[in-house]
Design a protein around this ligand. Structure first.
Ligand code: ADP
Length: 902
């Protein structure tokens, strides 16, 4: 396009210039040639000249002017009327459509010319040029315009032609380039669709030969992989199809297991619901009558028994309550109540009950409830649940603390006009909880120590329930513990303020002597005595009390005396109290740590002004000090023990082994009156020691004991020469099927399940005291119809290890097989049933399991000949045989080289 513009402009310039030149040339030519014609006024000549000029097709018109600027001749078309400028110099003016050229005509005045010119200037001949006129020519631009158009058309035409050619060329070239790429894309598309043979047909131009080769290569590889894949899939499908059968069997087993799980879950809930009702009802009766009995009984020994019944019943109620609460919480059915209660009294009460239940003669720890001064006494909330929380946490703390103290600190965390958030801390100096086990604490049924030798019972639900209750009271619970220091459980609860207030306690003007060996208690007591205005002298021992009394007995109102449960201390205390009363008529208030020995000193009650159980409640101490009572000295006579019934058991020597003194006490209580000589051992080790030195006729053995459990103790006893056949009877709390077998396998003869029934106890003793059979006879009796050891050994040439291995393999599978049989029976699937029974029948022939082999044989024949008709009874016998073997499995006396049975 640029080139065309350039060509056009040069060509147009050229045409213009040529016209210019031509016009100029013709004008000058006319000017020159018309000189003489003008001089001689030769019109013909003039017209000839003009005709000549006009013959040029560019020229439009020619005009000749004389020196006066008058036209003297003109030819051509009428000229345009422009203002003409007559100058001596020739010039050309350009207009839109024409050129106007003017030139002056001179006459050269030389010899000849003068003659002809005499007329004009006769007397003044001269050689000068004279201006004689002008010529004016108008040249037409139209000719060059046409030329220009022609030229421009030519250029444009060439331009268009050239462009068309270029486009065609480019199209051709690009299609040459893209065609193979398109073909390639189509080939790939076919590959993607898996049309390998179509992809192979793709032809690319020869310059893409290399690419074509690669494409072919790729296609073949893909085709190969594709085929391999199809083969693989077919193979897998075949495998899957083949494993369908075993899958079916497994799914049947799963189905059974699932159904069993659902059933057991349903049974669990039902059981929980039933148990609460069924167990609570008789327990209520027990508690009710116990309370009635308590009122009437004067005999201290009997009173102790009744108290023990009450405590045990209460703890049983608590456990059942726990289980029920847990199931309630699980079901989201636990609702809180609102009642007015006295928090201090509640905490005191909890401590009181727990100390009676949990402290023993050996375990003496200080129990201290501390309240910040600003805490109100009354609140509105669910006091039963708060009692439950405290009982649980303080109870745990006491259970797991052997020495030191369990303190409870109560303070206000925050309060609004309506509500108070209280913060409780239960701090013990007990065994603590290892760091890595703390996270387990609030999980259901979890206990930090889960071994059978653990020292503490419990369901593992307490803390879970506690946590839920605290959370329901808009609080939080947390624990920190260090096994070398102890544990601290902290929790907060939010309670409503109560408008109730306690009666104002006026200051007591009293002076007392205080004997309190424990520093923790002493601090607690003195702080309280100070706060109620009681003056005290803290003495460090009895001697100091006596000497103080001797000096200033007039100024003393009472003696406040702490007594530990050991006998000597109690005796001394009794003497001191009697002394104070008799000598100075000064009453004493005794503070006893449970379990007190007061029952053994019935006169103490009448000697003392008051007996306070530790932990000392502030309220009761106040009341005791307020109502100091100058008691008369009066002794109560003891009642004799009831006489025994079972005369014929006289002089029977029985050893009772149990870590719980309460249980031993109970056995003692039942057996001693019958004349049985009961010896007691608190641990397995002690029992073995006693058995070495003395021959007992019968042994009662607890199963769960710290250090060495009942089963291990029995095994050790059976090693002793004269205890090979002594009846050993287990006292167990669990007695599940599996545990019973373990008990018998450890060498015990029978078991009694706790709680022990008195009558059953005597029947058992009578059954076993006359037993002449050895323990092995007893085992053999049981096994004779079930298992034949000789047969099992004969199959493997007496190699006991192999025999046992084969037996174990069968026995391990029996539980699952049993379920499978039940399932197939239910589904009425004879074929599969025969398959399973046949399998067991085959295996049981070689493992000495004679009873199973026999019943499997019966069942297999029955099924093959009669099908499922009347097969139920036969199948039941077979399943019973399986169960019997599994139950007695532990008793099989494998020869020594064999490892003990699992
Ligand atoms: P349980 O009703 O069996 O006592 P808990 O939920 O109350 O169950 O307690 C679970 C376990 O947490 C206990 O068996 C004990 O191992 C541990 N535990 C709880 N409190 C303490 C504590 N103060 N010191 C040491 N261990 C504790």
């Amino acid at each position: 396009m640029l080139t065309s513009l350039f060509l056009l402009s040069t060509r147009f310039d050229d045409l213009n210039r040529q016209l210019f030149e031509r016009t100029k040339q013709i004008t000058e030519q006319v000017a020159t040639t018309s000189e003489y014609a003008i001089v001689f006024s030769d019109q013909n000549m003039m017209y000839r000249i003009l005709q000549n000029a006009l013959s040029n097709h560019d020229i439009n018109s020619v005009q000749l002017f004389n020196s006066e600027q008058k036209i003297i001749a003109e030819l051509g078309s009428a000229p345009t009327q422009n203002n003409m400028t007559f100058t001596e110099e020739s010039h050309i003016i350009e207009y839109d459509d024409h050129l106007e050229s003017m030139s002056a005509i001179y006459y050269a005045n030389n010899s000849l010319d003068g003659i002809f010119n005499a007329q004009t200037d006769l007397f003044n001949p001269t050689n000068q040029r004279n201006l004689i006129g002008w010529v004016k020519i108008e040249a037409n631009k139209s000719a060059i315009k046409i030329a220009k158009y022609q030229y421009a058309s030519l250029i444009i035409f060439s331009l268009v032609l050239l462009n068309i050619l270029t486009i065609l060329g480019a199209y051709h070239f690009s299609s040459h380039l893209t065609q193979p790429i398109n073909k390639l894309a189509m080939a790939l598309n076919k590959l993607v669709k898996g049309q390998f043979s179509a992809a192979k047909l793709t032809k690319l131009p020869p310059e893409y030969a290399e690419l074509q080769k690669d494409l072919l290569d790729l296609t073949e590889r893909l085709e190969h992989h594709h085929e391999e894949l199809i083969i693989g899939i077919e193979q897998s499908t075949e495998d899957i199809r083949r494993s369908m059968d075993s899958m079916e069997e497994k799914s049947a087993q799963l189905h059974i297991a699932n159904r069993e799980a659902m059933e057991s879950n349903r049974l669990k809930s039902q059981f929980l619901a039933n148990i609460s009702h069924e167990v609570r009802t008789p327990l209520n009766a027990i508690l009710g009558y116990t309370k009635t009995l308590q009122k009437d009984i004067v005999d201290p020994q009997q009173r102790l028994y009744v108290d023990t019944i009450e405590q045990s019943t209460n703890s049983l109620l608590a456990i059942i309550g726990d289980i029920l609460d847990f199931s309630k919480i699980e079901a989201g059915k636990l609702n809180l109540e609102n009642n007015h209660f006295n928090l201090k009294a509640l905490v005191d009460d909890v401590y009181q009950i727990l100390s009676v239940n949990l402290l023993t003669k050996e375990k003496q720890i200080d129990l201290v409830p501390e309240f910040c001064a600003d805490i109100p006494e009354w609140f509105v909330g669910d006091s039963t649940r708060i009692r439950q929380i405290l009982t649980n946490l303080i109870g745990n703390a006491i259970k797991f603390t052997h020495q030191g103290s369990v303190r409870t600190k109560v303070s206000i965390a925050s309060q609004t006009s309506q509500e108070i958030t209280l913060s409780f801390q239960i701090i013990d100096t007990g065994i603590g909880i290892p760091e890595h086990k703390i996270h387990r604490l609030f999980k259901p049924f979890s206990q930090v120590d889960t071994s059978t030798t653990r020292q503490f019972g419990g369901t593992g639900l307490g803390l879970v329930i506690t946590k839920k209750l605290v959370e329901q009271m808009k609080g939080k619970i947390e624990v920190s513990s260090d096994p070398s220091i102890g544990s601290t459980f902290r929790f907060t609860i939010t309670l409503k303020k109560s408008n109730k207030t306690s009666q104002y306690k006026q200051k007591l003007d009293r002076r007392v002597l205080l004997l309190e060996p424990s520093t923790t208690y002493k601090n607690y007591l003195t702080a309280y005595l100070d706060s109620i205005g009681v003056h005290y002298v803290a003495c460090s021992d009895i001697e100091q009390i006596i000497s103080t009394l001797n000096k200033q007995h007039d100024a003393i109102d009472a003696v406040l005396l702490s007594v530990t449960p050991d006998d000597q201390n109690t005796t001394e205390a009794r003497e001191l109290i009697a002394y104070c009363a008799q000598q100075y008529a000064i009453p004493s208030i005794m503070m006893v740590q449970p379990p007190g020995q007061i029952a053994h000193y019935p006169d103490l009650k009448s000697l003392c002004s008051d007996i306070l159980l530790k932990p000392i409640s502030q309220d009761r101490l106040y009341q005791a000090l307020l109502h100091i009572n100058k008691a008369p000295i009066e002794l109560l006579s003891q009642k004799a023990l009831p006489s025994a019934n079972h005369e014929h058991l006289k002089n029977l020597k029985i050893l009772a082994v149990d870590d719980s003194p309460v249980n031993l006490q109970l056995l003692n209580h039942w057996l001693t009156p019958a004349g049985v000589k009961v010896s007691t051992a608190y641990s397995g080790r002690q029992a073995v020691d006693m058995a070495i030195h003395e021959k007992f006729d019968l042994i009662f053995m607890d199963i769960q004991m710290p250090e060495m459990d009942g089963m291990e103790t029995t095994q050790q006893l059976r090693q002793l020469k004269h205890y090979k056949n002594t009846p050993i009877i287990a006292l167990t709390a669990h007695a599940l099927g599996s545990e019973q077998q373990q008990i018998l396998a450890s060498g015990m003869n029978a078991y009694l399940t706790k709680p022990i029934d008195e009558e059953l106890l005597f029947t058992t003793i009578e059954t076993w005291r006359n037993n002449t059979k050895t323990f092995q006879d007893q085992v053999d009796d049981k096994l004779i119809n079930i298992f034949d050891l000789d047969k099992a050994l004969a199959v493997v040439d007496g190699k006991a290890d192999i025999a046992k291995e084969m037996f174990d393999m069968l026995a391990d599978s029996l539980d699952a097989e049993k379920k499978l049989i039940q399932h197939h029976l239910e589904k009425q699937d004879t074929e599969k049933l025969i398959e399973v029974v046949h399998r067991i029948h085959g295996a049981s022939k070689y493992t000495g399991t004679i009873n199973i082999a026999r019943h499997a044989g019966f069942l297999e024949t029955h099924l093959k000949e009669l099908g499922l008709e009347d097969a139920d009874g036969v199948a039941e016998d077979f399943i019973e045989a399986i169960e019997e073997l599994l139950n007695h499995r532990q008793l099989i006396p494998w020869p020594q080289s064999v490892n003990p049975t699992r």
